[in-house]
Design a protein around this ligand. Sequence first.
Ligand code: NAD
Ligand code: GLY
Length: 348
Amino acid sequence: MNRFAVTTKRPYNILIGEKLLGDSGTYIRECAEPCKICVVTDSKVNGLYSQVLISSLIESGFQTSKVVFPEGEHSKTISTYSNLLEALADEGLSRSDIIVALGGGVVGDLTGFAAATYLRGIRYIQIPTTYLAAVDSSVGGKTGLNLLSGKNLAGAFWQPSLVISDYKTFESLPESEMLNGVAEAIKSGMVAEQSLIDHVIKKDYAYVIERCVSIKKSIVEADERDTGMRQLLNFGHTIGHSIEKLSSFSISHGHAVAKGMVVEARAAYRMGLTETDTSTFLTDTLTSCGFDLSVPFSVDDLYRYALNDKKISGDTIAMVVPESIGKCRLHKISLSQLRNFISLGIEN
Ligand code: NAD
Ligand code: GLY
């Protein structure tokens, strides 16, 4: 097992290894006295992993309860959030208790937001069970939910107290779900470390999770509240979020980000913002990994949803542009240029 210490305002550890889930209670006892723990999970993960987790928590002296909501992005709503808050109150959780998010990015984001707001903030622990959640969403404390107008439009920065990342749990993940993690890991490589991308392709999971966590940890420590360099981690997401939303989430997050990275890289080059056209490398790499990179939406529709992007300030948007493979920078363009940017990115 490897341990990473994240030195955000409220510091925490990330544990990465194989078969950690069954010893979760022991790891949680390292940072918490016996208390009530409410495990929050989705309908799929519940049947797979909640029993082994809860047994370990009980063995370590915790008093447990469980909340389960239907799996999938359609659950990342105000109504699931509101039911979750009511359930926490019904269970009588106090400020000295803990919530555990057992699942992928949807469970982690929603549970984190509930933890950030229930009783004005209580501790929570991330136990990611998807490749995407292990390489990205379980780290950094971005929590939230979707609004009708777009992705992740309500939320809070609220760091977990511990992350337990057991990559043995990915063995039950279908290939299309593994690809969601592949896209985010390739994004991290594009932003900060070219050599990481070879390891992603070789399916060197332990190495990839550790490097992604390490890269994200450094960025989040430098910019916890996403006012500057953390926005680089949003490469491919302006268009990716629009695609996800326009598909009514039938195109999942990582698959949408893969398409978004190609569109944004191509647009940046064609608009003269980068000297190198990294979209060719991205297209080849992502296609060889198994991604469908087609974008079945119009420029106008993509533009409409892109106008909800959180990197907009006044009448400009900070786009993440890849200068080379492994190095991105933020480049502000005016909202009046954004439609043209998208158009250049989706034309073949
Ligand atoms: P998800 O949580 O919906 O999980 C995907 C599917 O896999 C679900 O059906 C789930 O039930 C199932 N599943 C989970 N673990 C499993 C396992 N071990 N075996 C079998 N099935 C399993 O989706 P995701 O891809 O993990 O996360 C996507 C979400 O993460 C999006 O909402 C995205 O916006 C968010 N996200 C957040 C951040 C952040 O920093 N907070 C970063 C990236 C993505
Ligand atoms: N996933 C982008 C971030 O955490 O900032």
